[in-house]
Design a protein around this ligand. Structure first.
Ligand SMILES: Cc1cc2nc3c(=O)[nH]c(=O)nc-3n(C[C@H](O)[C@H](O)[C@H](O)COP(=O)(O)O)c2cc1C
Length: 173
């Protein structure tokens, strides 16, 4: 199973819009993907699912993670790095089995000019620690509001070309 993780629980996030775009393009290329938005995390996560605790709500999410072999993380830039809730989610997942020797592609998203270059690098370090193999071709969507049209499609020719290249490599990865 292939799962796209939208790396924030912020309502109306651009990360989720980008995640949906990737799901659509993967489908157009013949590959089904599941979306796991961090808006689905239990509100009690920090009390109910860290340090050996497990809620029924998170157990379903853990099952999705456990059954996934490949992940595509869409990672918003928050204060110059990846979101805190993404790290909390990773910390709540069973270790090491959840991500061990699995594969991932990373997509950075920001309002500003960096496209979360640094946060994607930070997350690559976390992935390396977990033995989660990261596709070398990473995407950095800076000024994401201007990248997406009203139908939540990436519409700039160059962005579509590079994201398609990443998707093709992710499929072959
Ligand atoms: C807590 C927080 C911190 C943020 N910090 C940055 C930042 O350091 N640099 C930046 O370009 N955008 C920053 N943003 C804007 C996000 O990059 C922007 O909302 C973008 O759409 C990705 O986040 P989203 O998926 O929540 O929409 C921040 C947003 C939030 C909510």
């Amino acid at each position: 199973m292939l799962t796209i993780i939208s790396g924030t629980n912020r309502p109306g996030s651009n990360a989720l819009r980008v995640a949906n775009y990737y799901k659509k393009r993967l489908k157009e290329k013949g590959h089904e993907a599941n979306i796991l938005s961090l808006t689905e995390l239990p509100g009690t996560l920090i009390e109910s699912d860290l340090y050996g605790n497990r809620s029924q709500e998170f157990a379903k999410i853990q099952e999705t993670v456990s059954n996934s072999e490949k992940f595509l993380f869409v990672i918003p830039e928050y204060n110059g790095s990846f979101s805190g809730v993404l790290k909390t989610f990773v910390d709540a997942c069973e270790f090491p089995a959840s991500f061990y020797d699995k594969k991932a592609a990373l997509v950075g998203v920001s309002s500003g000019r960096q496209g979360n270059l640094r946060g994607v690098d930070h997350f690559t370090g976390v992935a390396n620690h977990m033995h989660l193999h990261v596709l070398p071709l990473k995407m950095y969507l800076a000024g994401v509001e201007a990248e997406l049209d009203d139908n939540n499609n990436l519409h700039k020719e160059e962005t579509v070309k590079f994201t398609d290249e990443q998707i093709d490599k992710f499929i072959a990865f």
